[in-house]
Structure formats: C-alpha cells, structure tokens
Design a binder for this molecule. Structure first.
Ligand code: SF4
Length: 362
C-alpha cells in the first residue's frame, strides 16, 4: 500500500520522510518537485540520491490523478477527465488567457477544479447534480487537478487563476478546500483564487475566518425564495435572507467584490420581474453579477432551454440600468461548461439520478 504525498504540508512531509532521509532539506526538495516542477514520480526527482528515490517509491506515490480523457474545444479550452486512486471520476477545465491587450500585457489562464466527485445539492440546471452525491476530494486530489493541467498545458507558477467551480459544492468540503487553498498559495495568490458556493452559510462563515481569503462567488440564480428553492433545493435550508446576511458580513478588502452567478433559463428566471428582484438584492453587497445563459443538455436537463440572446441582453440591460455591474458569459463551448453545475464527470450519459438535498444544516 503506497501513500500519496501530495496534499501534505511541509512539516507533515518532513515527518513522513524522516525515516528515509536524514537531511532536513529533503522535504522542501521533494515538495518543490511535486509542485513547482510538476513531477509525477520520484524517478523524475533527479537531484535526490537514487537509493532515496527507490525507498520513497516503495512506500509512497506523488498522488497525481490519472488523465482518462481530454476534450479540447475550438475556443482553446480543454476538459480533463481524471480517474482518482479509488476509481472516482472528476473533471477540471483549462480555459486559455483572453487575447493579449494592445499594451502587450497578457492575462492569466484559468483552471476550474472539482471539490467533490458528484454533488448532493441537486440544482435543477445542473448536470453534476443529476449524478447524486459523491465523496469529498482530499486536498491532494484538488491540488493534483491543477498540477496535471499545469504540466500538460505547460504553464508555471503565478500564471493561472484557479476557480473552485467544477463538480461538487466546495463549502460542503470546507476543511479539504481550505487545505488546498493553503497549498495552492505558493503557486496562485488568493486574489487569483475563487471559491463558488450554492449558498452553504456556515461554510461561508468558516471561509471568512481565513487570514488570506479567496474571492467568493455565489451561485444565486434567483432572488426570490420560492423560485430559488425550486431551482436550488439548498435554499430551503438557508434562505436568500440568511445567505445575504452572511454575504454582508463577508470581509471584503478594498476593491474586491462578491460575484453573483445567475444561470439564465428560458421562461423560468429570465423575466423583467426576476431582473428587478435580482437588482434589489445585488445592490445590498459590493458585487458584480455574472449572467450565464444555460448550457443546454437535452439528455441531462430535459425541458430546460437557453434564453434567446435578446432576452439575455434585455435582462442584463435592466440590471445595468439600475446600477448593477453585470457581465454575460456568452461562451457556448467548454468555457461555459466550467460554470458551476455544467460538468458531469463521465463521458457518456448514464442513469439520471434525482436525490433530495441533504440535511446539512447544523
Ligand atoms: S450547481 Fe453546483 S451545487 Fe448545485 S448541484 Fe451542481 S455542482 Fe452541486
């Protein structure tokens, strides 16, 4: 039985390596190989003595996930389907940097990672939610998605934004997500990291205690309780009022805002009344609204359609006219698939599962 080293803090790594390496600097050396240098195995760590590499190989593995499939898209995005050590499947998405500005300054690429294999929250517009609950990913499994994408796409430290918007609800796995954020901080500044939640209020409060907080995004989708509960059953546990109380207390540094994500579904939440209700709510906290026209999936989301572009524009214009900062994510490719709830973790559709939202309220 081999133990993964990815996900251990430096002191934990030093403790694990102590029986095999007398020199104290070996732990930092191994960690640098695993992260900055994206090594997959101890054999690649060529400045470690060969006997040490052999000894480590007998007891440990780095612990990167296996790439089972890659799906590139025309817009330069690429989806990675990973198989974890126990056979669970999760997805991550690489999104290329926006085009270079006239000034020549390039933007960063984005990596969207999963935090759970599956999701129990059963949002109506979500493909992952149709799979039902899965297990929490470890910090190493979360970090590993980023590292494999970085290795395969050839980018180094400080070149990426990382968004926790893949499969699963990050704040139902807050301990491992928090540890992954700590480990990622050497590569990606917290200002370049975003955690997206469906509205797990205790998780938001827990994350708020961190000294170096990521950006916060909330998958809101509807401003009124009745409609939001229909689309996002978790709203029955933490209402819009409770969610916004937590957002009002979220400690925002100067210049930072909360992102409110709204998946727009034709004739469900795209009316002028829905826009006005959203506008009233959005103005309660420093925020920007991200409109995401539904990424249709007739097989997984039967009966749900993407609104016509004019309707999306009209919805956005209403918000903008009331002073809300709003953007529309028009991408129909994998860039759109990186939105919360648009990943499915398997290559072919399977049985559609309908699971009730879990009782996660403490
Ligand atoms: S939208 Fe996010 S929280 Fe909701 S079911 Fe999908 S993955 Fe879970």
């Amino acid at each position: 039985m081999t133990t993964p080293l990815l996900g251990l803090s430096l002191p934990e790594l030093a403790q694990a390596l102590a029986p095999f390496a007398r020199e104290r600097f070996r732990a930092a050396q191994v960690q640098r190989w695993m992260t900055e240098r994206r090594a997959r195995s101890f054999d690649e760590m060529t400045d470690l003595p060969a006997p040490l590499r052999a000894a480590l190989g007998e007891r440990f593995v780095v612990g990167l996930p296996e790439v089972e499939a890659r799906t590139p898209s025309e817009d330069g995005a690429e989806k990675f389907l990973f198989r974890l050590a126990d056979g669970a499947k999760v997805e991550a998405v690489f999104i290329p940097a926006p085009r270079r500005r006239a000034s020549g300054t390039g933007e960063r690429v984005t990596v969207c990672v999963s935090s759970q294999a599956g999701c129990a929250l059963a949002c109506a517009f979500c493909v992952t939610g149709r799979m039902g609950a899965g297990r929490n990913l470890t910090a190493g499994e979360i970090l590993g998605q980023y590292l494999v994408v970085a290795r395969e796409k050839g980018f180094g430290p400080r070149a990426a934004n990382v968004v926790f918007m893949g499969m699963g609800e990050p704040l139902l796995n807050v301990a491992n997500v928090s540890r992954a954020l700590d480990l990622l901080a050497a590569e990606v500044s917290p200002r370049r990291t975003t955690v997206s939640t469906a509205g797990i209020v205790p998780g938001i409060r827990e994350l708020a205690k961190r000294e170096r907080r990521p950006n916060l995004a909330v998958s809101l989708t509807a401003a009124e309780d009745a409609l939001r509960t229909r689309l996002m059953p978790i709203n029955a546990q933490w209402s819009v009022r409770e969610l916004f109380e937590a957002l009002e207390e979220w400690p925002l540094e100067t210049g930072r805002r909360v992102t409110l994500e709204v998946v727009l579904i034709a004739d469900v939440n795209d009316s002028p009344e829905a826009a006005r209700a959203l506008s009233r709510l959005a103005r309660r906290v420093p925020s920007k609204v991200n409109l995401i026209p539904l990424n249709e999936s007739p097989e997984w989301l039967p009966g749900l359609a993407r609104p016509a572009d004019e309707k999306v524009n009209a919805f956005g214009a209403l918000l903008a006219a009331s002073g809300v900062d709003v953007t529309v994510r028009w991408s129909k490719g994998l860039g759109a698939a990186a939105a919360c709830g648009q990943l499915k973790g398997r290559e072919t559709p399977g049985r559609v599962l309908r699971v009730p939202a879990p009782s996660v309220r403490s």
